[in-house]
Design a binder for this molecule. Structure first.
Ligand SMILES: *Cc1c(COP(=O)(O)O)cnc(C)c1O
Length: 427
């Protein structure tokens, strides 16, 4: 698509946008009566109007039924999690039996590492990405240490090249080089800082070639980019639901465990909520897991949070990932266009330009987020945009992250951001 940096062009795209009505399903934050431009769904998605109703419905069930709510009511709480599986499966490219909403991301990562990180004295290393999200780094570090392997020795990091990006071929080379000592590969599917999407299909294929389990953190990928976890042969994954899935602050996370592992009776850290549903309340000794991803559940779920998650999830499922992705590529492409016109340089222009887009220019290597590097006084630029009504996200020391969301952002908002920027390299 050829973009024009004019308001009429932006408004025409909005007028013909098949997803434009989805914006009305969200509360848009305001300041002094004016809608803010919210490009921060990579950190916390906006509130869908349906979420309060969904939470309220479960509070009403509790009010009227008390404990009977576990078995009675419109959606009995005992199997409430199952009502999210269809949509989750659709969004991550999985069979419903391979996914389960539960816990929080880092908690799930620990549970999955307990099952999939099976080190031996010769094969105990974990391959990951340098500078990946801190919580993931801490989880890997402590799992290695927990099994008495010093993290500095056990964790192998693939580093970015001078363009600040990780090259898939570097990951493949590292897997091949360390294949004899690797017990696990774990990385984010979409880098929270650079906005880069890794080629998960190729990484999973390489991992399978060497017989090494591979898992992905999909915090920034779910609801943002197309995923085919089952077909790619990914072994396991987890995500959060408060970023692109709009489930609310601290929303329920979820896991994916590939079908090929369901009958393997993998070791795990068990809890009663992962015990077979039919006989759970017999309260007997000896853990018998539920089939599939459900068998990793631990505890009684927070039903109000699950209801919020489900309500938000169904909006993403209704819009559909192919349609969301189509709009997202245009929206972010348009943002890139106005940034280039404002004086930013492209990611692939080498060197240290004063204003540069760090996120890859290739749409297949990014989701909706663009990360901007501003060498001098980036915070002042960020503050200026913020005071003009833009909610973005600032990362020390010099990074502005902007993530226009195809569910609730408009092309006109992107145009307005361009206007607010002016000519950065001059002004
Ligand atoms: C947001 C994010 C998290 C957050 O983890 P929580 O357990 O939900 O606090 C973890 N990893 C990545 C890559 C993230 O982007």
């Amino acid at each position: 698509m050829v973009f024009h940096n004019t308001r009429s062009f932006a408004q025409e795209l909005d007028r013909t946008d098949p997803l434009r009505h989805f914006r009305d399903r969200f509360f848009i934050p305001e300041r002094e009566g004016n809608a803010l431009i919210y490009f921060c769904g990579n950190s916390l998605g906006l509130q869908p109007k349906a979420v309060r109703e969904a939470a309220d419905a479960e509070l009403t069930t509790w009010q009227h039924l008390g404990v009977e709510g576990w078995f009675d009511g419109e959606t009995p709480w005992l199997s409430y999690h199952r009502t999210c599986k269809e949509a989750l499966g659709q969004i991550v490219g999985a069979e419903p039996v391979e996914v389960c909403p539960m816990n929080a991301l880092t908690v799930n990562l620990h549970l999955l590492l307990a099952s999939f990180y099976r080190p031996t004295p010769t094969k105990y290393k974990i391959l990951t990405i340098a500078g990946d999200f801190p919580s993931d780094q801490y989880a890997l570090e402590t799992h290695a240490a927990f099994r008495s392997y010093p993290p500095a020795d056990a964790i192998i990091e693939v580093s970015p090249r001078t363009d600040g990006l990780i090259h898939t071929s570097d990951i493949q080379r590292a897997i091949a080089e360390h294949c004899d000592s690797l017990a696990l590969i774990w990385l984010s599917g979409l880098n929270y800082y650079t906005g880069q999407v890794y080629n998960m299909a190729v990484i999973a294929e390489t991992a399978r070639h060497y017989g090494i389990p591979v898992g992905f953190d999909l915090a920034h990928a779910i609801g943002n980019v197309p995923l085919q976890l089952h077909d790619w042969g990914v072994d396991f994954a987890t995500w959060c639901s408060y970023k692109y899935l709009n489930g609310g602050p601290g929303a329920i996370s979820g896991i994916f465990v590939h079908q090929k592992h369901h009958d393997r009776n993998l070791p795990r850290l068990a809890g009663w909520w992962g015990y077979q549903e039919e006989t759970r309340f017999a309260m007997t000794k000896g853990f018998v897991p539920m089939h599939g991803a459900d068998g990793w559940q631990l505890s009684t779920p927070n039903i109000v949070a699950l209801a919020m998650h489900r309500a938000a999830l169904s909006i993403t499922a209704e819009a559909g990932m192919p349609q969301l992705r189509r709009k997202s590529e245009q929206l972010t492409g348009f943002l890139e266009h106005v940034l280039l016109e404002a004086g930013f340089g492209r990611s692939d222009e080498a060197g240290s330009l004063p204003y540069q887009i760090l996120t890859p220019a290739d749409p297949n290597q990014r989701g909706c987020q663009l990360s901007l590097l501003v060498r001098d006084n980036g915070k002042a630029l960020f503050d200026r945009l913020a005071s003009g009504g833009l909610i973005g996200d600032w990362r020390e020391p010099n990074c502005i992250r902007l993530a226009p969301n195809p569910l609730y952002n408009t092309f006109d908002e992107v145009w307005q951001v361009g206007e607010a920027l002016g000519r950065v390299s001059i002004g």
